[in-house]
Design a protein around this ligand. Structure first.
Ligand code: PGA
Length: 250
């Protein structure tokens, strides 16, 4: 089953106006030179930069996404942003349930699922993040935790067109520690099997990204694994040459 790799940059809370524009413009320039990219490229800047990043990547084929969105279309939710607002700005995707949202904002699977359903209803594609902590891995709970998070966070009506899963072991995020290709593949295969139990044959078409200290030096061997269909990249997505290096290793 050929799944087109998705190379997604999660800029997190980084960058001022000039940085966002330079990064997006740098990537757009490279992408425009690429005849037939073997990958789909996505950048997810912080909210204040989305508008200008959408402008900067215009005509390059690079897509833009948000890093979170609310369950409601509008209303009294101070500080929140709705999926309709992201779509209105030109976003095509939104990352949901990132471990930093789960930790910093106490987001649980049921909320992630509700957010994902609202985002899909607003016309966005969702990247639903799952992953175990180091303590859970050491206790032998890796498979159970990822299975539970996939079951609990997957939106109703999920299919390969509207949903992407990102497996991000929490212990590998921003730490420089990366899951070995074998460790990652084992979990990706389990996630795909869990998806098959939920959505049947659609699971074969759904992309499952790896995230956690992915770099140009390790991306190739990770993405060569049969169930790894791209990356969700944090630190290395903030430098044009690193992010591009990862994309080119598809
Ligand atoms: P990292 O972050 O690449 O900096 O480890 C990945 C992520 O949190 O999405």
């Amino acid at each position: 089953m050929a799944r087109r790799p998705l190379i997604a940059g999660n800029w997190k809370m980084n960058g001022l106006k000039k940085d966002g524009r330079a990064l997006a413009a740098g990537l757009a320039k490279l992408m425009k030179k690429e005849k037939k990219p073997a990958f789909e490229m996505l950048v997810c800047p912080p909210y204040p930069l989305i508008d200008r990043v959408v402008e900067a990547v215009k005509g390059s084929g690079i897509k833009v996404g948000g890093q979170d969105s609310h369950t409601a279309v509008s209303g009294a939710h101070t500080g929140d942003v709705s999926p309709a607002m992201l779509a209105d700005l030109g976003c095509k995707y939104v990352i949901l349930g990132h471990s930093e949202r789960r930790t910093d904002h106490g987001e649980k699977d049921a909320l992630v699922k509700a957010k994902a359903e609202a985002a899909i209803a607003a016309g966005l594609k969702v990247i639903v993040c799952v992953g175990e902590t180091l303590a859970q891995r050491e206790k032998g709970q890796t498979i159970a935790v990822n299975r539970r998070q996939v079951r609990g966070s997957l939106p109703d009506g999920a299919d390969a067109k509207n949903t992407v899963i990102a497996y991000e072991p929490v212990w590998a995020i921003g730490t420089g520690l990366t899951a070995t290709p074998e460790q990652a593949q084992e979990v990706h295969a389990e996630i795909r099997a869990t998806l098959a139990g939920l959505i049947g044959g659609e699971a074969d078409k759904m992309r499952i990204l790896y995230g956690g200290s992915m770099k140009p030096g390790n991306a190739g061997e990770l993405m060569a694994q049969p169930d790894i269909d791209g990356g969700l990249i944090g630190g290395a997505a903030l430098k044009v040459e690193d992010f591009w290096g990862i994309a080119k290793s598809c």
